[in-house]
Design a protein around this ligand. Structure first.
Ligand code: ADP
Ligand code: MG
Length: 355
């Protein structure tokens, strides 16, 4: 069977069979933002790991080594945030092509260490090897969370409000601007590109949500709202209804989409990944209790996921990133302002990615 037939999540399900041999200390295995195991005195240990691969997640010439290192750390910390946890230590493995300079690696680690320092995370180990061609960085981060505060993807309840921790689609639009080389042309691009290249994990927000005790489920938006809300609803066995006009669109994204002649919601905010904002299902009182949360919809019993706009109801299909979607099944970025789409870019196409 081909991987493209199975898809990324089908492959993970196959891998998951037969993985646990000593279940008593496992609280959460494969299937959430972090694994959770029993820790000391009322705490759970959290572990997450994420990899960035050249040509898949980034092009070396499109971001600085400092940005690459910081982002590799940030995306891992975001998974700790998504459990309501506090990050502790990191382990960094790198596969380095022989032509890379020492200065590049130095800068990459400077970015990584600065991001780690921001959240008091230690780097305690890792692995280094040569790569035949492409640079790859894998980071594993440990963390901890109180056993009674941890938030899984699976806790959403019918009647919960759905909240997000910030605007959606900026990162996808930033990638689109980079790919189409619109970066210098439009004033709003700087901010959008920064949201793509320099994400900041919502650790404090995740802690505030967890300690409020008003939230029931949480995930970070890495694959895209439509996919990640899909993961949360599937894990919880519920449906959802999201209001199109409630989805937060930044002024920069609105301006960018206006210039491109496309709808910011369908082109970027619904399916675009890598915003690394938190997505939460919780009590209707949560929004008032935790500053910074934006209500976008409700959890329903129907099992269906829909988006409503001016009386119309459309299925909210998960169209975010899947590593094994064949390139020909992905749409190209819309380029209605004459920007040229670079065919050598990685396939992580902004906002318009298809499963
Ligand atoms: P996230 O986007 O939050 O990092 P992923 O979609 O990457 O989550 O992963 C979903 C789940 O599958 C996680 O629990 C992750 O640890 C697990 N997973 C992914 N790849 C593997 C693998 N190769 N072996 C074991 N578990 C995996
Ligand atoms: Mg995640």
């Amino acid at each position: 069977m081909k991987l493209t037939e199975l898809g990324e999540f089908g492959l993970i399900s196959r891998i998951a069979a037969g993985c646990v041999h000593e279940a008593s200390r496992v609280i959460k295995g494969i299937g959430d933002d972090c694994a959770a195991t029993r820790g000391p005195s009322g705490f759970l240990n959290l572990v997450t790991t994420d990899m960035l691969v050249e040509g898949v997640h980034f092009l070396r010439e499109r971001l600085s080594p400092h940005q690459l290192g910081a982002k590799a750390m940030a995306v891992n910390l975001s998974d700790i945030a998504a459990m309501g946890g506090e990050p502790l230590d990191a382990y960094v493995s790198i596969a380095v092509p022989r032509d890379l300079t020492v200065e590049y690696v130095d800068e990459c680690f400077r970015g990584m260490k600065e991001m780690a320092a921001r959240f008091a995370v230690n780097i305690l180990g890792g692995d280094t090897c040569a790569a035949p061609r492409d640079l790859a960085i894998n980071i594993a981060v440990t963390g901890r969370v109180e056993e009674d505060l941890i938030l899984y993807r699976s806790g959403a309840r019918v009647g919960d409000r759905v909240y997000v921790g910030g605007s959606l689609g900026d990162s996808a639009a930033g990638l689109d601007a980079l790919r189409c080389r619109r970066a210098g042309e439009q004033p709003e691009c700087t901010q959008l590109i920064s949201r793509h290249l320099e994400p900041v994990p919502q650790i404090e927000l995740g802690r505030a949500v967890a300690t409020s005790r008003l939230a029931h489920a949480m995930i970070d938006v890495s694959d895209g709202l439509s996919s990640d809300l899909g993961h949360l609803c599937e894990a919880s066995g519920v449906g959802c209804e999201v209001r199109a006009d409630a989805i937060p669109i930044s002024p920069e994204l609105a301006a960018y989409a206006d210039r491109c002649g496309c709808d910011p919601l369908t082109a970027f905010a619904l399916d675009g990944g890598e915003d690394y904002v938190l997505l939460i299902a919780g009590d209707p009182l949560l929004g008032a209790a935790v500053p910074g949360l934006i209500p976008i919809g409700v959890i329903t019993s129907s099992g269906d996921r829909v988006i409503t706009a001016q009386g119309s109801r459309t299925p909210l299909r998960g169209r975010g990133w899947d590593h094994f979607t064949p390139p020909e099944a992905r749409e190209r970025p819309k380029s209605e302002t004459g920007g040229t789409v670079d065919a050598t870019s990685p396939p992580r196409v902004a906002g318009i990615r298809r499963r």
